[in-house]
Design a protein around this ligand. Structure first.
Ligand code: R5P
Length: 289
């Protein structure tokens, strides 16, 4: 078995290969001037391979994975797995207006037809609770980074209060609280647009408290920023945040800085300077099972 990585996700691919004691090889990508991708696989492949690449900025990466997977099949590879710690298109799980694509279902079906096994971490499942419902044609494995996040928080000097910014975050906040014994609360979020969210904090005393906001994704940063602003208004002493998938689109970093977040911590699901938790041991354990 070999791990096939990509230049933009090289460190994580190599760490996974090392954790498994497997050979790391790289898929070469050339971008033509018009934006098309040329995908070249290593010359010699085993019967079983694992592609390792997170699917943030997904559109180009999905096409490249499709080309890589089909080429590997044409070369005779029998078992192909995908390790994508961040799995894209999971948030659009229903048609909110007539004609809208239910991306979770369509992309899930497509990936399931391509790969024999798909491993991801804390996918954003809202209206379903089993990843196999989104990816029916493959062995779909959903891991959770909450234990690693708990260990990280337990190594910090002062115990914080954990706060989830919305009802969807409850699943992760609750698990971390169970592992660490930390206090936790959940706020209420109303989303009015991609960059417009309103946060209503629970009616407890935040004065002089150390708070860690916990969420699965930071994308535009508005959810975390609005939560932090509300906490500061209520007298919180320090606000930090811990997220699984640091997407950080556009001006998200500045938005968080302006909201007076002291530290942002994340897993290495996506490359970002906030990465403090490596997922390789978790992923390797799941692959070995
Ligand atoms: C959605 O409910 C997710 O859990 C995150 O809260 C959301 O994706 C964060 O997005 P943004 O950073 O754009 O507010």
């Amino acid at each position: 078995m070999q791990i096939l990585g990509f230049k933009d996700y090289q460190q994580q691919g190599k760490r996974l290969a090392q954790a498994l004691g497997l050979e790391y090889l790289e898929v070469a990508i050339h971008h033509f001037p018009d934006g098309e991708s040329k995908v070249t696989l290593p010359k010699t492949l085993d019967d079983e391979i694992i592609f390792c690449r997170s699917l943030d900025h997904p559109n180009g990466k999905l096409i490249e994975l499709f080309l890589a997977c089909q080429t590997a099949r044409q070369q005779g590879v029998k078992q192909i797995a995908l390790v994508a710690p961040y799995l894209c298109y999971m948030r659009q799980d229903t048609a909110f207006n007539p004609g809208e694509a239910i991306s979770q279902k369509t992309i899930g079906q497509w990936l399931g037809q391509l790969f024999d096994r798909i491993i991801t971490v804390d996918p954003h499942l809202h209206r379903i609770d089993d990843l196999n419902q989104a990816i029916p044609d493959s062995e779909a494995i959903s891991l959770s980074a909450t234990k690693l996040m708990s260990e990280f928080l337990a190594s910090r000097p002062n115990p914080p209060l954990l706060l989830g910014p919305d009802s969807e975050s409850k699943q992760w906040v609750k698990q971390i609280a169970e592992h660490t014994g930390l206090e936790w609360e959940i706020a209420c979020k109303q989303r009015h647009g991609d960059r417009n969210v309103e946060i209503i904090l629970p009616e407890i005393d935040f004065k002089d408290r150390l708070i860690v906001i916990v969420d699965d994704v930071v994308s535009t940063g508005r959810t975390i920023a609005q939560t932090a602003k509300a906490l500061h208004k209520r007298g919180a002493q320090t606000v930090n945040c811990l997220v699984t998938h640091p997407l950080f689109t556009d001006d998200a970093e500045q938005v968080l800085t302006k909201a007076c977040i002291n530290h942002t911590w994340s897993t290495d699901s996506i490359n970002h300077r906030s990465n403090v938790i490596q997922l390789a041991p978790l992923l390797a354990k799941a692959i070995k099972q």
